[in-house]
Design a protein around this ligand. Sequence first.
Ligand code: PLP
Length: 473
Amino acid sequence: MIDIRDFRRYAHEFADWMADYLEHIEQYPVKSQVQPHEIFDKLPDHPPEGGETMDVIMKDFQDIILPGVTHWQSPSFFAYFPANSSYPSVLAEMLTATLGAQCMVWETSPAAAELEEKMMNWLKEMTGLPAAWDGVIQDTASTATLCAILTARERFSDFKINEEGFGDFIGLRVYCSTETHSSIEKDVKIAGLGRRNLVKVRVDDLYRLDPAALEEAIMKDRAAGLKPLCVIATIGTTGSTAIDPIRDIGRLCHKHHLWLHIDAALAGTALILPEYRWMSDGIELADSFVFNPHKWMFTNFDSSAYFVKDRESLIRTFEILPEYLKSRSRGLVNDYRDWGVALGRRFRALKLWFVIRNFGVNGIQDKIRCHLSLAKNLESKILNEKDFELMVPVLLNTVCFRFKPADCHDDDDRLNALNEELLNRLNRTGQMYLSHTKLKGKYTIRMVTSQTSVEQRHVNQAWELIKTTARSL
Ligand code: PLP
């Protein structure tokens, strides 16, 4: 193993490699072009008996691993939702890795706990969440929503399910829209509620949950002796960034005594813009809320900000206190191990601190506005082309469209196959990475203009290639 002198030397070399990589990232194919098992087969079947030099390991990283990496930080990465990073975030991650602190309770790193508390307050203020709420960093939105469902479950059962198991508490119902992210279904399974107790409510023409359909479903379930538990509303659905009507849904939740959790995994970042605050109108009626700075707020994965109205219920749901974790500071400070599933915790607040301080709120706002205008600009380009169809008006950073040539206008099966082929051909060029969804059964190409360093020229280049490739099919 290397010693401290070598460590210093390699740290400098690696820092140069990192800067070179980020500076020249456009030279790499955005989507990895390797075949299944290609990387696996290049790796030895057995671990080395003796240690290997850092030079050899680094060479293999570049020759074997890098070709199998999809370059999420490329400005031509338009797929899924982004997992953004930024220079201040990467620098903070270097420090976090160097400290190697495991921040399960306050005592195991007071700065981690206190910086986390402060960062959650900053984010609350930046996004306009109610001041009285409390926040905690989770790894992902999937985990945060699981915490919400578990807390709703425990509060509903007066914490009996944690103690005794489900007993008579069967038929606990969770409601979301047909456009809700798949993580909700997974969370319902993990929470032991049973996938069949997830009710997917219909959406309107803009893919927003229909509150009338929600109330109908709740009443029907009550009449059938089932137990309505909670609603998951989305600000910014994965398919098309639809915004569920939070105030209407919140009123229904109050009327019927249901927990309201809001999943704003991507779009929560846009709440930093005053002109997008309308999306969270009625937020005070919610019980919990999650958004991912690791998606659109330039902070390395993983960083998911979870906020709750009633912190006592959250803590009571997860708290467990073995002798070896008892400390004298208990009760005086936040021990975040009690605020979620995992005991061990990374020092995740540090990168948020670096990002928010180095960008400043104005800097974050400027970048988000730039991404939003790129999407709007692309929307108008698509509307100008007769052989392309915009699938839904652009609300945020996600442009949903399909190629629709005159000769197969009404044939959705052919259009689906054609657009799937178009997407695959584009991704094979390595010049961009796009992903898809289906909207009303129609294969839809999604282009998300939110990579940290994306500029107008990247969107223009991509759009030109999309048009020429489509027309050559
Ligand atoms: N919710 C929405 C709306 C999403 O778009 C996603 C992922 O894209 C998730 C939840 C899951 O996010 P995570 O990977 O943080 O669990």
